[in-house]
Design a protein around this ligand. Structure first.
Ligand code: NDP
Length: 335
């Protein structure tokens, strides 16, 4: 096994630099047997950290991942398991105003329900999947700390919170002597660089905020698979009328075309380095020292194996190569 580990933000928790998530795949487009095979390939590649959420496949993702963990017979203590609450499980109680959001009620009930679905005694990390401006931040901070003191999880984090919201939570936690959110789960890739490379900058310095980053391949765009249309069976093909209809339509726009041009220029650099474009894009994201873990998504075992090759490319990203990549991307956020 060859893996690198980083601490999750300011905590002592060691997460594998690459982790595996189940959005759209586990409990969704990928059946239980394939979920188990993909998770096994990840574990064999050194991954100890796995990400899910109550809302993924309406709770089925947590169920399928929990089932795989039991079948694989892994030691619970070898794993870092992350879930996220906020969106609830649609369908279970569509009329219930407390079945979603960040009230103390949903944070605690949602976490309890997620533990039951996954068949676990505790999560390592529970994250707030979204901010909730209808709930006082002090309630949110206290509720996540309640999860920790009652043994439902060891750490907490947030996802897609603004820098201001994260700062507010840190201020409250400090004032009350409570645990702050250790990491934000943020969208970050060579095609999507804010807020990670902009608004969050003061938070790394001030608080040591960590990041568990999502869609590091920009849903697959950074593999180059969409350069010449939408391949059959790919994520964009399977979700053409749904989640990705906007993203697919925007590929025809000048902005979308510019993204594909960036991918083509990255491909040329990847070729020089002797790796795939996907692998280069993943290594580039992992090179950012503020990133605690890069959450991979995979619909096939082969994708996990390929993507973990990024570990071998990290050291090839010398300052000179990084400069070439910067020129190829030409999208560095202005300070
Ligand atoms: P990516 O951007 O890496 O997309 C992964 C998808 O790209 C795969 O499912 C596969 O799709 C395709 N792919 C992966 N590797 C390759 C390859 N080597 N060659 C070609 N295609 C490839 O990440 P995700 O969007 O899946 O996000 C990763 C995880 O992050 C999620 O599972 C989830 O845990 C988390 N997340 C969190 C969010 C949040 O709001 N907090 C939001 C979104 C994700 P296919 O084969 O089907 O085309």
């Amino acid at each position: 096994k060859e893996m690198r580990f980083r601490n999750l933000g300011p905590s002592g928790l060691r997460v594998s630099l690459f982790s595996l998530g189940g959005w759209l795949t586990f409990g969704g487009s990928v059946d239980d047997a394939a979920t188990r095979d993909i998770m096994r390939a990840a574990y064999e590649g050194g991954i100890n950290t796995f990400d899910t959420a109550e809302v993924y496949a309406d709770g089925e993702c947590e169920k399928s991942m929990g089932k795989a963990i039991r079948e694989l017979g892994w030691e619970r203590s070898d794993l870092v398991l992350i879930t996220k609450v906020f969106y609830g499980v649609r369908g279970s109680a569509p009329q219930d105003p407390n079945a979603t959001g960040l009230s103390r009620k949903h944070i605690i009930e949602g976490t309890n329900a997620s533990l039951r679905r996954a068949g676990l005694e505790y999560w390592d990390v529970v994250m707030a999947h979204s901010p909730d401006v209808t709930v006082p931040m002090v309630e949110v901070v206290k509720a996540f700390n309640h999860l920790i003191t009652t043994g439902k999880c060891f750490y907490w984090g947030c996802s897609a919170w603004s820098a201001e919201q994260i700062s507010e939570a840190y201020g409250i936690a400090e004032r009350l002597g409570l645990d702050p959110p250790l990491a934000d789960q943020s969208q970050y890739s060579a095609l999507h660089r804010e807020p990670v490379e902009k608004d969050y900058l003061p938070l790394y310095r001030k608080h040591g905020l960590g990041l568990t980053i999502w869609s590091p391949l920009a849903w697959g765009l950074l593999s180059g698979k969409y350069n010449d249309g939408i391949p059959k069976g790919s994520r964009f093909d399977l979700n053409a009328g749904g989640t990705f209809s906007g993203a697919i339509a925007s590929l025809q726009s000048p902005e979308g075309q510019a993204k594909l041009e960036r991918v083509r220029r990255l491909a040329a650099i990847a070729e020089q380095l002797g790796c795939s474009t996907a692998v280069l894009a993943l290594a580039w994201a992992a090179k950012n020292p503020h990133v605690s873990t890069v959450i991979l998504g995979a619909s096939k075992v082969e994708q996990v194996r390929e993507n973990l090759q990024a570990l071998h490319v990290l050291d090839k990203l010398t300052p000179d190569v990084l400069q070439q990549i910067e020129a190829a991307l030409d999208n560095k956020p202005a300070p």
